[in-house]
Design a protein around this ligand. Structure first.
Ligand SMILES: Cc1cc2nc3c(=O)[nH]c(=O)nc-3n(C[C@H](O)[C@H](O)[C@H](O)COP(=O)(O)OP(=O)(O)OC[C@H]3O[C@@H](n4cnc5c(N)ncnc54)[C@H](O)[C@@H]3O)c2cc1C
Length: 436
């Protein structure tokens, strides 16, 4: 079947093996007798990290195995979606300490990419809250991995992009919540340096993320809106009319059909949208937001990637150390401006201290910028230029968003990276990055 991930570029003709028990995963590996295969969660990576001729889907390994409300831990299968897990945890006053910008990913995908949210500066990445997992390795062993057992495999799997084996189940640490609501405040920034100042000023807030106006130029380059957030207590909700302080997310009601009119993504529409976004956030008022719109605003519209048309979208997400963030991000924004290509969604996050797990683990202390473009060959050319800027400023790009990074640039960004089981667990991405 034709298989692609969220960006719809590239695709592969793949044999999709749907595993519904640990033994079927084992027998699939046996049947493949040494052919390359890659584990797959919900295909929410953007490029080719979960593509290969043989793909092993974990979506049917979706059982919750053991919830311990006292210690705040859960043991569950790797194909469970965050969305389904939260529906069970939330009514009990429990949550995940780290969530990315979509709840439509699996536990296995969260571990393999070591995903981060807007609280990386406070809570680190997803892997920090993984107690242990069971991994099926290339030689058919099912190994329990933790910080004290099979430590190297534990480390290499978190952020390892599916190349060490297939995570079949995991035990996660949970956090306690009083309510499912968050207080969000927004601050308008007139330039990139202003945005950085705001980030530093509000650093004590547990959640920080900024929207950036990718069309701004000159001394307004990098202008945007910083959103800060913190959890609401029951007391904070006392004056509100919230019938259920532990309300679960509602299902998405809107959906973008397969074919959408191309004018929707015209630069003028984006310009108007950016103006409106800045205008609607011009006052720093506090809003109470449910976690669905606070953490996962994009999940409100199913298949929003269809907006980018049949050829799909490409995202460029990179991180730079604090010391080179101003120069590096300015250079990236100027290169985009000079290309005359249209950056649709631009999001800036601040990352905190990070002890890397796998050699391909993405986070580092500094600033991370993610930029969405409609697919075109010109965008691919621009990305080569951006790679050079990122390398010059000692940064790296996020592999779970990547669809095209050349091997030479990858080796400069991730100099310690090695492929752990090159003959079995490898994606189209790892073949490209390791020049296989
Ligand atoms: C709208 C949107 C917003 C996003 N926001 C963020 C964000 O804020 N922060 C962030 O960090 N990421 C973000 N992402 C990226 C997303 O969280 C990651 O790509 C995640 O890995 C996808 O999980 P998945 O279950 O869909 O895995 P897939 O996309 O299917 O696979 C991703 C990788 O995980 C590996 N993998 C999957 N399951 C297993 C398993 N059981 N065992 C071993 N390896 C496995 C695959 O081989 C592949 O390398 C976002 C993505 C989207 C679409």
């Amino acid at each position: 079947m034709k298989l692609y991930n969220w960006g719809k570029y590239p695709f592969s003709d793949a044999n999709l093996h749907l595993a519904d028990s640990y033994s079927t995963v084992g027998s699939t590996l046996n049947q493949l007798s040494g052919q390359a295969v890659i584990p797959r969660g919900n295909g929410r990576c953007y490029g080719d990290s979960a593509l290969q001729e043989n793909v092993c889907s974990t979506l049917k390994l979706n059982k919750l195995l053991q919830l311990d409300e006292v210690s705040g831990t859960i043991r569950l299968q790797a194909g469970v979606l965050l969305e389904d897990l939260l529906s069970v945890l939330v009514p009990k006053g429990l949550f995940l300490p780290v969530v990315p910008g979509t709840r439509l990913i699996t536990i296995g995908g969260a571990i393999a990419a070591n995903v981060h949210g807007k609280n990386h500066h406070h809570a680190g990445a997803f892997g920090n809250h993984v107690q242990s997992f069971k991994l099926l390795t290339a030689d058919g062993q099912l190994l329990l991995c933790s910080r004290t057992k099979n430590e190297t495999l534990f480390k290499n799997t978190i952020g390892g992009m599916g190349t060490t084996g297939i995570v079949l189940e995991a035990t996660l640490l949970l956090s306690k919540i009083e309510t499912t609501y968050y207080q969000q405040k927004s601050y308008l920034a007139t330039s990139l340096s202003h945005l950085f100042e705001l980030f530093e000023q509000h650093h004590a807030q547990p959640y920080l993320v900024a929207w950036m106006d990718g069309l701004a130029a000159g001394n307004q380059l990098g202008r945007g809106v910083l959103h800060t957030g913190k959890p609401c207590t029951r007391q904070d909700l006392a004056s509100q009319t919230m019938p259920n302080p532990l309300k679960v997310h509602p299902p998405a009601k809107l959906s973008i059909p397969g074919i959408v009119p191309s004018w929707l993504l015209q630069p003028i529409v984006l310009r108007l949208n950016n103006l409106y976004y800045r205008w609607s956030n011009r006052k720093s008022v506090q809003h109470i937001k449910h976690y669905a719109s606070f953490f996962f605003p994009l999940d409100a519209i199913k298949h929003w990637n269809n907006l980018y048309g049949k050829r799909g979208l490409l995202q460029y997400q990179f991180v730079l150390p604090f010391s080179s963030s101003t120069d590096g991000i300015t250079a990236v924004l100027e290169a985009i401006k000079a290309s005359r290509l249209c950056p649709y969604l631009v999001v800036l996050k601040r990352m905190g201290e990070h002890t890397p797990y796998a050699a391909t683990d993405f986070p580092m202390p500094g600033y991370s910028l993610a930029i969405d473009f409609k697919y075109s060959s010109k965008v691919l050319d621009l990305f080569h230029l951006l790679d050079e800027i990122v390398i010059q400023h000692s940064g790296r790009i996020y592999l779970t968003k990547d669809a095209r990074l050349p091997a030479a640039a990858f080796q400069k960004m991730y100099p310690e990276a090695v492929l752990h089981s090159p003959h079995i667990f490898r994606s189209l991405q790892s073949e490209r990055l390791f020049d296989l």
